[in-house]
Design a protein around this ligand. Structure first.
Ligand code: G3P
Length: 221
């Protein structure tokens, strides 16, 4: 079944109380359709959202730190304590150095926090694959938030990412994201070999998020 990660980012309709409402919608669609839907919420919303829904709740960021004197950082252990089952790493809106990506992946593995590591290109996906994250998500930055999906605009980028990641480690599932809006976008991504997609604006800015999410799920069955 298709994996759909709904990234709430800092959209108003996906922050605070609205984050809880949107997560409940995602949970409802997941239950009805059996799709593997996860929500990635702002770290400050983790505790609240994770108490309210039974689907996996991801953090949007973790810092490569351990317990100690690190003011203002997001400690991986604290994300888990606050209900996160995983974390998005190196999103193009939250870029990180390769060395920090590696550290976060290592730290997350030790505490049962899944890592969904984003990359802008096949080559950076290949480099990240060496660190054995749980997922790699390729997202061309220029298509994020737009109306044309990565699946339709850059199918070669998806295929090349899967090819290069497989060269390093065939076990790492590849996801893709950017501009995903309809069932066709999801269908193409799966046909190219992705296990699922990441989506933000297609859901957070939709007039009817439940309908929009059901539309995406229908591309994966
Ligand atoms: O992480 C998913 C995201 O970057 C894609 O954003 O708005 O193009 O669906 P969007």
């Amino acid at each position: 079944m298709v994996i759909i990660i709904v990234n709430f980012k800092t959209y108003q309709k996906a922050s605070g109380e609205e984050a809880v409402k949107l997560a409940r919608i995602c949970e409802k669609v997941a239950k009805d359709t059996k799709a593997d839907i996860m929500v990635a919420v702002q770290n400050v919303d983790l505790f609240h959202v994770s108490k309210e829904v039974s689907i996996p709740v991801l953090a949007e960021h973790a810092d490569p730190v351990s317990y100690g004197a690190h003011t203002g950082k997001d400690l991986p252990e604290s994300l888990v304590d606050n209900g996160a089952t995983g974390v998005i790493v190196n999103h193009s809106e939250d870029k990180e150095e390769l060395v920090d990506i590696e550290t976060v992946i290592k730290r997350a593995k030790g505490i049962g926090l899944q890592t969904i590591v984003c990359a802008p290109s096949p080559e950076s996906s290949e480099a990240i694959a060496a660190f054995s994250p749980d997922f790699i998500a390729v997202e061309p930055p220029e298509l994020i938030g737009g109306d044309i999906s990565v699946s339709k605009a850059k199918p070669d980028l998806i295929s090349n990412t899967i090819r290069l990641v497989n060269k390093v480690d065939k076990q790492i599932p590849v996801l893709c994201g950017a501009g995903v809006k309809d069932s066709e976008d999801v269908r193409i991504a799966l046909e190219l070999g992705c296990k699922g997609i990441l989506v933000a604006s297609g859901i957070t800015k939709a007039k009817d998020p439940e309908k929009a999410l059901r539309e995406l799920v229908s591309g994966g069955v």
